[in-house]
Write a protein that binds this ligand. Structure first.
Ligand SMILES: [Zn+2]
Length: 154
């Protein structure tokens, strides 16, 4: 396989894996507060967290087995300061890795994974895409891109 083909293959792998995984952004700790809209308790169209400000998402969600109007409120700092969380477009929060049963991942591990996902989808992809766009002659000069491509292709 030519170096340019290796780069193209790595780019296709990056794009395929990135598209299949949770879009994110992935974050360390959970900053989302989710609650159902309960007018009788909190006022018309309000949830238990509306006193913090406007919801970052509003729609219908299943909460404790009931599909209902719901809000997501996003805080600047995590409520839950371990594990990796990602917010889906439908307002649900995906726990990427955490479990009460087996324990919590360490903060350094979670931080590394969150940063690695961002690098993988950002800088690594850009380096390889630039090398592919440069064409066959210049692609040979992109040693770093080829090393990345070979790591991805193995
Ligand atoms: Zn609310």
């Amino acid at each position: 396989m030519s170096p340019l083909d290796e780069l193209r293959q790595a780019l296709a792998t990056l794009d395929r894996e990135s598209a299949a995984a949770t879009a994110g952004p992935w974050e360390f700790g959970d900053r989302q507060s989710v609650a159902g809209v309960m007018p009788d308790l909190h006022g018309e169209g309000k949830c238990a967290y509306c006193h913090y400000g406007e919801p970052s998402w509003a729609g219908k969600r299943s909460i404790n087995g009931t599909r209902m109007l719901a809000h997501v409120h996003t805080r600047p700092e995590p409520w839950w300061d371990h594990g990796i969380f990602a917010w889906r477009e439908d307002g649900s929060v995906l726990v990427v890795n955490d479990t009460d049963e087996y324990g919590y991942m360490t903060k350094p591990d979670a931080t590394l994974i969150v940063n690695a996902v961002a690098l993988y989808r950002g800088v690594v992809r850009d380096i390889i895409a630039d090398a592919v766009a440069a064409g066959p002659e210049l692609a040979y000069a992109h040693g770093a891109a080829l090393r990345l491509a070979r790591a991805i292709n193995t």
